[in-house]
Design a protein around this ligand. Structure first.
Ligand SMILES: *Cc1c(COP(=O)(O)O)cnc(C)c1O
Length: 356
């Protein structure tokens, strides 16, 4: 009745709505620090831009080419407008890449741990996953990945910074890695959290001009605070871009989404403020975890992954107190999204109280 591959999937478990959770736990408020959302909202320019939209256009299909947003992004990154592909969230782009590239029996190299969507969509296409462990510091191990490449390898996923560990690989290391990867293997660098990295030369976007088998992914859901609007994009060259364009859904971004993303993209001051606050709060989190003797990975993103011993017990205790963290990614570990300073402090005090 369905594709064989779909009968044994480990699907992504989405966040429960906050309204449902409040009801279930009898809480007046819950602060969600489990989905790496932007705790500081989005740019105030987004609401202003949306207010100017004409409701009379509701019956019209949106611009299939997303021209305005496309022009703005291409200009800032100094790339050709034709090298951009938009998706209804980055999730859709990840799905499309798997759909276009993979055939049953192909091999996909996927770090363990990393973002679960890569494996999910690869499996739906019938590909075989070769998992490569992170190194001891929780970083994606490029040397080990290189050794796993066979003549069946079609795709390699590199989440940078990596979700959920937060660890980051410098651009030079990925560039050198690219020169060793056969051209028949597509390397996908997911830069969902790249705005949070202190190193401002971290992105691989420029290198898509040099490597036709390199795809860089970005989203508006994290640093830009637009998770609800579902806007993500890929940067890559030909011939892959042409195939992706041919296979994508024709109207996958609403005009609302385009207006919101364009306004957010053009308020870089907002992003800078968020990144500066997150960076300062990340330092405080890491100091706190060190003091508590709770092991964690060095994060370059807006979350920290730490080992909590009785992680499920701590998770339940924090939730009872109105704070939701992410569990279930690795036994004994929790991921906390960096929140507003007051919330970070409150969670840290609760963790200290739980263990002491
Ligand atoms: C959040 C996230 C995404 C998905 O982003 P959307 O644009 O909201 O679909 C993709 N990759 C990674 C690593 C993420 O953490």
């Amino acid at each position: 009745m369905v594709k064989e591959t779909v009968t044994h999937l480990d699907p992504y478990v989405p966040e429960q709505t906050l309204a449902d959770m409040k009801k279930q736990y009898g809480l007046a408020s819950i602060v969600r620090l489990s989905a790496n959302e932007n705790a500081f909202g989005t740019s105030p320019e987004v609401a202003k831009a949306l207010e100017k939209w004409h409701f009379a256009d509701a019956n019209l299909y949106p611009d299939s080419n997303v021209e305005t947003l496309r022009r703005n992004i291409a200009t800032r990154f100094n790339i050709d407008e034709t090298n951009l592909l938009f998706g209804n969230g980055l999730d859709e782009v990840i799905e499309l890449l798997c759909r276009v590239i993979l055939e049953p029996g192909d091999e996909v190299i996927d770090p363990a741990l990393t973002f679960s969507e890569y494996q999910l969509h690869s499996q739906i296409e019938g590909a075989k996953i070769r998992q490569v462990d992170l190194d001891a510091a929780g970083t994606i191990n490029l040397a080990a990945i290189k050794k796993e490449i066979t003549n069946k390898t079609k795709m390699i996923w590199i989440c940078n910074p990596n979700n959920p560990t937060g660890t980051f690989i410098p651009a030079a290391a990925i560039q050198s890695f690219m020169t060793d990867v056969p051209e028949t293997v597509t390397v996908i660098v997911d830069e969902a959290y790249i705005d949070f990295v202190d190193d401002k030369q971290a992105s691989m976007i420029e290198l898509t001009k040099q490597f036709a088998n390199l795809v860089v992914l970005r989203t508006f859901s994290k640093a830009y605070g637009l998770a609800n609007f579902r806007v993500g994009y890929a940067v890559c060259g030909e011939p892959l871009m042409g195939y992706l364009q041919a296979a994508r859904l024709p109207y996958n971004l609403s005009t609302f989404a385009e207006i919101a993303a364009t306004a957010a993209f053009n308020d870089q001051e907002f992003v800078k403020r968020v990144v500066a606050t997150v960076s300062a709060e990340r330092v405080k989190w890491q100091h706190f975890l060190t003091k508590q003797k709770l092991p964690f990975y060095e994060s370059a993103a807006n979350f920290v992954f730490f080992k909590a011993g009785d992680a499920d017990g701590l998770h339940a205790y924090l939730l009872k107190n109105g704070y939701l963290l992410r569990n279930g990614l690795k036994p004994g570990w929790l991921r906390v999204s960096i929140g507003k300073p007051g919330d970070n402090q409150a969670v840290q005090e609760l963790i200290a109280a739980y263990f002491n």
